[in-house]
Design a protein around this ligand. Structure first.
Ligand code: ZN
Length: 742
């Protein structure tokens, strides 16, 4: 079969180049575009898979100019449709759209123009194809080509199935002669098959452009003090006042987060499907015009937006599928410049998602959604290159072993001797018969007194409570550290996690062999540990200063220069946190330089001398005393607003009877909420019948916390807090516990 390229004769090629320049302003085609255009021009079908920003629409827009007839474009996004048509018109292309946003009069005008053959491209929404009247109108037109945008919406296996897309199944009957082009930015093999089958693409060619987005940096960080970390990112010079989208779990979360960010002086607005269309539009508009740089959003945001300079896409909650994650992060850096994608991952988020999935009644649907989530979790918990995982998920091979642009590849490969803890874990799995989930194993090893453990007498095991840190002081590994270690051991193949709704951890035959042998278990350094170190050094700093800002700027310039010389991004040299620490501690010898977080021997050797020189010069210029381990800036914590007042439970009881909220009672009495909760605990102990129903947290938060208590066994707060993380305060857990006890 001849390729599209060969089919374009020389004079046609120059004609296409002319059209490309005249109508779209480009001097040359992007990868694959020319080949696809050539293929589409032959009137044959095609499936085009291209990442966002790869120039998909040109693949049918350019041929539309050549065809002697109409190109029909089906697109699900009304806002985007309008932008595209406006853009085409501005370029002098005869394009129109018909959707629900138009008046009857406007539609009649466009129909007339279509009938006269004055229109080259017509955009419609899929639901329009459901009406017989419109279909028969279309059949009367000379349609040469049909382009189906966001074609993955036709598959129930995609992450974005739209029932309206099933209307497209009839297109082939209505227009047997027209060439059909299906386009999408994300599709797994299964979805690809669905597209070809449902649209009945004939002898189609699939054009697969690489899904790699080399300018995106992927970071997955433990969701632990996430707000502080997010603030730090948003305030960093790289992201300050630059377009950022932060995806949240719920509408309420988007509003809460936007409010918190505004309280810290950042310009942020929340966007979700619950807002009036007009308001949504205004918010979107302010974002596009750079008036509001930060949008906190549910996944509803971004669909109809074509903003090329988004520098940060953060996931403040776990996405439910890789497809969704890829599409959302794909909105960053469409201009090809460097952009960052940060995902805050916590076990709690996963638990939350699983909780909601378990509410799905249809079993096959539940299984499908579970599978998607499991792949997402595997992506977050995996230890290999993030990019490689993403690309392989979409069926693409990635040969490199280090992409240089993800947390896994950039992070120094430190290791730690995990022999003792590793063997203890393997022993525990063996002793309990490979029948339990990871959390339960963690609970045993950390010495939990949960009901289940006591009932099964697992507190009698020799490994019970033996998750000791190798510090000789008998300290116990933290929850998240333990989960990480188990993940690493799974990665090593000594343990395996079964599939399905209730996965358990099993010992593999390699694991059994390992237990018998003498080999030591070495694992990559734990994230939690390396993060703690960074955090500690950050905590020592005053949040808004404590370092010399001018020196910091000079060091940044130096870093940039070194980075440019090496053709790497600046953070590969040193992180901002390291530069700040340098600008605060003023190290001017190797030893103090090594104390900077993120400086190892390798970096000391490579960059130590130049940075030390710069710092020393700066110190002598500004008469600073170098190497002094930090300035004398102290943390001025506001003292607790608590004032001494006589506390009587009776007073609280009276206010409760008047149905005041916890916060109002606390405020009016000058106490913190925790004190009122203590009153509440006392009061409900004395009189379980007391009416506190108005304090019950809303579903699903209540149900979720309840489920977490049940999961952990017992009524202890800290395991539940560890499980649910940042999003739930101790106070809220305590409140739910009061209801559970009643
Ligand atoms: Zn990588």
């Amino acid at each position: 079969m001849m390729s599209g390229k060969l089919l374009i004769a020389q004079k046609d090629a120059s004609r296409l180049a002319e059209l490309l320049k005249n109508y779209f302003g480009f001097d040359r085609f992007l990868s694959l575009q020319e080949e696809i255009v050539g293929h589409v021009l032959t009137g044959q079908d095609a499936l085009v898979l291209m990442p966002t920003g790869g120039g998909k629409s040109l693949c049918y827009q350019l041929p539309a100019l050549v065809f002697d007839g109409l190109t029909l474009v089906v697109s699900p996004l009304i806002a985007l449709m309008k932008d595209q048509v406006d853009g085409l018109k501005a370029n002098g292309v005869a394009a129109e759209l018909i959707n629900s946003s138009l008046t009857g009069e406007e539609i009649s005008r466009i129909k007339a123009a279509l009938t006269c053959g004055e229109v080259k491209l017509l955009y419609i929404a899929p639901e329009r194809l459901a009406t017989d009247g419109f279909r028969s109108f279309l059949r009367g037109l000379k349609i040469k080509c049909i382009a189906v945008d966001e074609a993955h919406c036709i598959s129930q296996w995609g992450h974005d199935f739209r029932p309206d897309y099933l209307n497209l199944k009839n297109l082939r009957d209505d227009f047997p002669e027209a060439g059909m082009v299906a386009l999408t930015a994300t599709a797994t093999l299964r979805v690809r098959r669905d597209i070809i089958e449902h649209l009945r693409l004939k002898k189609s060619r699939t054009f697969l452009s690489s899904f790699n987005r080399p300018n995106l940096h992927y970071d997955i960080v433990p969701k632990d003090n996430a707000f502080k970390e997010l603030l730090e990112i948003l305030r960093s010079p790289r992201h300050k006042d630059r377009a950022s989208i932060i995806y949240c779990f719920s509408r309420k979360d988007t509003e809460g987060l936007a409010e918190d960010l505004r309280a810290r002086g950042l310009k942020a607005e929340a966007y979700h499907a619950g807002l009036e269309a007009q308001e949504r539009h205004a918010i979107q508009d302010r974002f596009i015009k750079d008036e509001t740089p930060i949008i906190t959003a549910t996944i509803a945001f971004g669909m109809g937006i074509d903003k090329s300079d988004i520098r940060l896409v953060a996931h403040y909650a776990l996405p439910s599928s890789i497809e969704g994650y890829y599409q959302e992060t794909g909105r960053a850096g469409r201009d090809g410049l460097e952009a960052r994608c940060v995902l805050f991952y916590s076990y709690a988020d996963r638990f939350k998602q699983e909780y909601f999935i378990n509410q799905i009644e249809d079993e096959s649907e539940r299984q499908r959604v579970t599978d998607k989530l499991n792949r997402m979790v595997a992506f977050c918990e995996g230890f290999g290159c993030r990019r490689k995982y993403l690309l392989e998920y979409f069926g693409e091979n990635y040969e490199k072993t280090n992409c240089g642009h993800c947390d896994r590849c950039v992070r120094p490969k430190e290791e730690f001797d995990a022999d003792e803890i590793g063997r203890t874990i393997l022993e525990c799995v063996r002793a309990t018969g490979s029948r339990f989930g990871g959390q339960y194993i963690v609970d045993i090893l950390r010495g939990s007194r949960s009901e289940r453990i006591l009932k099964l007498r697992h507190d009698q095991l020799s490994c019970y409570g033996q998750a000791r840190l190798p510090d000789g002081q008998g300290k116990i590994f933290g929850e998240s550290q333990m989960r990480e270690i188990i993940g690493l051991i799974i990665e090593k193949g000594l343990l395996v996690k079964t599939a399905g709704e209730y996965p358990v951890i099993e010992l593999t035959s390699d694991g059994q062999e390992f237990l018998k042998g003498q080999e030591r278990l070495i694992l990559p350094q734990l994230r939690a540990v390396s993060k703690d170190l960074t955090k500690k050094s950050l905590d020592r700093m005053d949040e808004n200063g404590g370092f010399d800002e001018r020196l910091f700027e000079e060091l940044r310039r130096l870093r940039k220069q070194l980075a440019d010389e090496r053709g790497v991004p600046p953070f590969v040299i040193f992180a901002d946190t390291a530069l700040r620490q340098m600008a605060r501690d003023l190290p001017i010898d190797s030893q103090s330089f090594l104390r900077v977080a993120g400086v190892g021997n390798q970096k000391l050797k490579a960059f130590g001398p130049v940075f030390i020189q710069k710092i020393a010069d700066y110190c002598s210029e500004h008469s600073l005393v170098p190497g002094g381990g930090g300035s004398a800036v102290g943390l001025n914590r506001p003292s607790s607003p608590r004032t001494a007042k006589t506390m009587t439970h009776e007073e609280t009881k009276k206010l409760l009877a008047q149905k005041f909220s916890l916060e109002t009672i606390a405020e009016s009495r000058g106490f913190v909420a925790g004190t009122i909760l203590s009153h509440l605990e006392k009061l409900t102990d004395e009189d379980p019948g007391i009416d506190i129903e108005h304090l019950r947290p809303p579903e699903p938060r209540y149900d979720l916390i309840k489920a977490a208590f049940e999961h952990c066994g017992g009524l202890a707060l800290s395991p539940v807090k560890a499980m649910l993380g940042d999003d739930f305060s101790y106070d809220e857990l305590r409140l739910v516990r009061i209801f559970l006890k009643k």
